[in-house]
Design a binder for this molecule. Sequence first.
Ligand code: ACO
Length: 323
Amino acid sequence: MKRSLIAGIGSALPEKVLTNRDLESIVDTSDEWIVQRTGISERHIAAEGETTSDLALAAAEKALADAGLTSSDIDLIVLATATPDQTFPATACTVQDRLGMHHGYAFDVQAVCSGFLFALTTADAHLKAGSAKRALVIGAETFSRILDWSDRGTCVLFGDGAGAVVLEAHDADEETSPRGLLTAHLRSDGHFRDKLFVDGGPSSTRTVGHLRMEGREVFKHAVATITDVITDAFEATGESAETIDWFVPHQANRRIIDASAKRLGIAEEKVVVTVQHHGNTSAASIPLALDVAVRDGRIKKGDLVLLEAMGGGFTWGSALIRW
Ligand code: ACO
């Protein structure tokens, strides 16, 4: 049986940092309100002209360097984004070209904040099917481009960034190599599509549009959906809140993260939190948080890492990885 291992990881953030204090001069808000309701203190914002593919490329190059590989070793790119450079071609194809890669295949997936888990699961399926041997899985966003900077209920929540992993197919021997992606569970329910959406698009309005959200409604569903899909992961593998080493949730809101961990019985010290510095970077948030925890030495080879995300659609999902 084939199993997908993470062979390298990297991330990239725009240089510009926008603090809560900076936001006080843009909308009627306060550092206290934002910190108390979300846990966010600052976020990175792309400079004029800086695109999703710029951030994705930088993250991908770091992930390749971390794996000791070059783009010639990659034959698949799956890029999750809700903020592509252009409607088409896929931002993945732009990254492919900018990596100097003219073989293999590249495409985008769109599941908003759950995008990285959908991309990871998709790439895993391609590796297991034998259609590719090594994939770059990227989550990259420039949400600052779709925010309504006069809407204090949304513009304080999001940031820009990218994270990438190199996923490699291995012949798994359950006795000697239990590492890799152990299980993944994806869900969506379009019934909730009007709770978190962008009010534009080429087919409906011929504009890009702005992010709109019923924050309370999203919050209400987030904890329930997250805990359900994590329970699926535990049931599928026999693992539990006690046996996991690290919980790396989608970084949307500190209160959602804390409430989910508490409901699942996951100890506070196992939870990786970066939302205070990154804000919600949608599809980039999980690989950005993973990269922080790998770089600072928390996540080590052999650790059991639980990922989860929930976002517009609604979409949601979980994954368990033996690092
Ligand atoms: N600064 C100051 N006041 C604000 C701000 C702000 N930035 N934003 C809203 N308010 C005000 C509102 O106008 C309202 O005022 P009113 O009572 O006078 O009408 C008051 O604060 C309360 O507003 P609510 O929206 O009810 O505040 P709530 O406690 O629900 O917090 C928040 C809002 C932070 C958006 C919360 O609902 C939330 O976190 N929801 C989850 C949304 C989320 O994380 N989405 C990300 C994408 S989905 C995902 O990734 C899971």
